[in-house]
Design a protein around this ligand. Sequence first.
Ligand code: GLV
Ligand code: MN
Ligand code: MN
Length: 415
Amino acid sequence: MKNKSLSSLRINDERFRANFETLAAIGATPDGGVHRPALSEAHLEARRWFLEHAKQIGLDARMDGAGNHSAVLLCGRAGGPTLLLGSHLDSVPYGGRFDGALGVVAALEVLQVVKEQGISLNTHLEAIDFTDEEGHFANFVGSLGLAGRLEPEHIQHPRGGRDRFRQALCQAGLSESSLFSAGRDPATLAGYLELHIEQGIRLIESGIQIGVVTNIVGIRSFKIKFIGRADHAGTTPMDKRLDAAQGASAFTLASRELVMNEFPGYVATVGNMEFEPGVFNVVPHTVTVALEFRADDDHKLDEMEAALRQQVSVAAQQFGLESETEHLDNTPPAHMNDQVREAFVNVSKALGLKHTFLPSGAGHDAQCMAEICPTGMIFVPSVGGFSHSAKEFTEWEDCANGANALLQAALMLAR
Ligand code: GLV
Ligand code: MN
Ligand code: MN
């Protein structure tokens, strides 16, 4: 097929939508969202759907040692590299139906269009669904594994505990050691492209259809223990307590002030607190706080970490507590490849879609892939900016625009 006719190719909108709806029914919640935490039964069912669908459309379906699911179309020159397109099928607990799923279904649709047109390209194409993007157990296990960047410490302290992680891996036909076997030789990869919803309000408020991602924030996460003493809740006077809840609360409030005043534009979140023993009538002796913070620059992350650690000490001292800080995860910020960005800009123009450049405050598998191959992402508008909730919504026309931009960028970079 000539270059000119390639540029007129479009995805099959009805089929794309039907596949998206089929997938959204797996793990569906009554409020229109999905509950598919990584390696849960619903997530595994979504992944079975991926493999079956890929086989049905004549793609070569596989799973690697990190559980990444792939559908491969050998449309490139013999021995040529592969261009990956994808995202993730897991969700946060009680999340939305678009986060991740849109990019995976769009990738499958792109491969199906290229296959049915019998197009020969310079590179092969692969649709990929990465394991545990949402960090249910550990952030980006699949994409770190594929990038050869997974280290034993990434999975040493999985959220939810190591036993549960091992059990979940086993049910999925994986193991801790298999996760390390998924690394691919960068020389075999032509790049990675990801379509995703914006999860913010910038596109929708400016009436722009495509956000070309410039860079993706780095994320660090910590478990912080405030340790005091268990006491009777009825007989211990207020000023005689070593109440771990007070330290955890003081830290939480102070972290907000700190970030807003000293790190404007950046974010820190206390996402969980576990109280021990966690009953009404005992002053809690220990509270474990789950903290994560994000910035698009490693120096800023270092500064935020130092300032937040200082706040932990201040809050502990204020209430006579001990504190322990455990570093869980560190995902560095990533820059998207210039050539891939340019391809997305050019295809947006050719498709008559307005575009703008945006950084991503959400984490994505693209930040791991960017370490080993030319990587780029586009966003489509999120109505109301809602995400990580069932309220997540993107107009179908915007989903289709994004998928067409993905198709055209893939054709541009793969030929
Ligand atoms: C992933 O969605 C994240 O940004 O936490
Ligand atoms: Mn996502
Ligand atoms: Mn997400």
